[in-house]
Design a protein around this ligand. Structure first.
Ligand SMILES: CC(C)C[C@H](NC(=O)C[C@H](N)C(=O)O)C(=O)O
Ligand SMILES: [Zn+2]
Ligand SMILES: [Zn+2]
Length: 385
């Protein structure tokens, strides 16, 4: 099907002004002025008053659910397609977390395939919190080289009372395996690192980057905004050329405990010239557990994928340029994760496009050339929604 978006403000993410965008099947075919199509059926979408952004990439979502930190009843529910669409997300990377016992990689893979069948692009990380990691094949390297949807390893927990307390050698070997398997398979092979509140912070990653041939960019540490000292250390890590990821799902409780709101973390890093080293992820369907200083469980909330763009909107309303802010959920993750044809409104790229209205609310979502939402109405529903 041919679609033509007319007179829309285009953010590649770089802002290029008002344009028409021609979509042929699942690709962006042409970006230009006054494009006309004759002789074949075309669906025209009115872009007047709207901004076209690349489809959002959420590279850390517990698509099969996570949690469990408060016992069995706190295992969180799996994601449904309509939430992904409402969040303007067209590419989603699934991960396991604390519970690598009752949550399986096979289930994660099947859910990723299901979401792909329902219309969005999906990938997964092999592994979970603990080292040695759970794998499909018994080997991180075989998982990466032989399973197309596997693009990296994660989320591997460090500096957290729930981690497996991995030592430096274990982290070196795991990251070296991910890197070489990525090289062999043309994938990023990044290690998505779960950062807890532990005082050792990013030290192990910095030591590996400084004492081995492993580049700092092999790590993709998340939750960097979870407390002020980790945030400060994260800025140093980014200044060393590393990538840092801020979690957008939150709970007012966490702000009281010093969490740095993701939109403020973004604004601070952009002001320090680190806009190309940062991303947002939602931790959607992951648990947001609260423990007291003795490590006792107090309660938990569930992460929401819709928080991803909400924090971008808050950054824009706080004075950050849209073309800068939206990179954190489009071209930056696409670059870090080596997602071909993703993260930009560009001729030949996948037709993943989000239109937002003048108040920066998601209005229309196109994924691989298919309309999933139009004029704020979700069109595509999950199989059982
Ligand atoms: C960043 C904070 C607020 C949330 C963060 N969530 C996870 O890591 C996912 C969770 N453990 C799960 O397995 O579902 C955390 O627990 O520290
Ligand atoms: Zn985590
Ligand atoms: Zn998580």
């Amino acid at each position: 099907m041919i679609k033509l978006i007319k007179n829309v403000e285009v953010y590649m993410p770089e802002y290029i002004g008002k344009r028409d965008i021609l979509i042929a099947h699942d690709k962006i075919s042409k970006i230009g002025d006054s494009i006309t199509v004759t002789g074949i059926d075309v669906e025209v979408i009115d872009g007047k008053g709207k901004k076209a952004l690349p489809g959002f990439i959420d590279s850390h979502v517990h698509i099969t659910g996570g949690g469990g930190e408060g016992g069995y009843k706190t295992r969180t529910p799996e994601i449904v397609l309509s939430d992904i669409i409402k969040g303007g997300i067209t590419t989603i990377i699934g991960t396991l977390g604390t519970d690598g016992v009752t949550r399986s990689l096979e289930n994660l893979y099947a859910k990723a395939k299901a979401l792909e069948e329902e219309g969005v692009t999906t990938y997964i990380y092999t592994g979970a919190y603990r080292v040695p990691t759970v794998t499909f094949t018994g080997s991180i390297m075989k998982d990466l080289v032989l399973i197309d949807k596997v693009i990296g390893v994660g989320e591997i927990a460090i500096s957290d009372h729930r981690s497996s307390q991995p030592n430096l050698e274990e982290l070196k070997r795991l990251t070296a395996d991910a890197r070489v398997a990525g090289i062999l398979s043309g994938k990023a092979g990044v290690v998505n690192i779960h950062m807890g509140d532990g005082k050792d912070g990013l030290n192990k990653l910095i030591e590996i980057a400084e004492t081995t041939e492993i580049p700092i960019t092999q790590f993709y540490p998340t939750h960097i905004n979870r407390n002020p000292y980790l945030f400060e250390q994260g800025i140093q890590f980014a200044k060393m050329g590393g990538f840092i990821d801020f979690t957008t799902s939150s709970d007012p409780l966490f702000y009281d405990e010093g969490e740095v709101k993701a939109s403020i973390a973004l604004k601070t890093c952009i002001e320090k010239g680190l806009g190309d080293n940062i991303t947002f992820t939602s931790d959607g369907q992951g648990s947001l557990p609260n423990f007291n200083e003795k490590g006792e469980f107090i309660g938990l909330k569930v992460g929401r994928v819709t928080s991803l763009f909400n924090e971008v909107r808050d950054a824009v309303l706080d004075g950050v340029q849209l073309e800068q802010a939206v990179k954190a959920i489009t071209s930056n993750p696409a670059k870090i994760l080596k997602l071909k044809g993703k993260g930009k409104i560009y001729e030949g790229y996948d037709a993943d496009i989000v239109l937002v209205d003048e108040d920066y609310y998601v209005d229309t979502v196109i994924s691989k050339g298919h309309l999933l939402m139009k004029n704020k109405k979700v069109i595509a529903m999950g199989t059982f929604e």
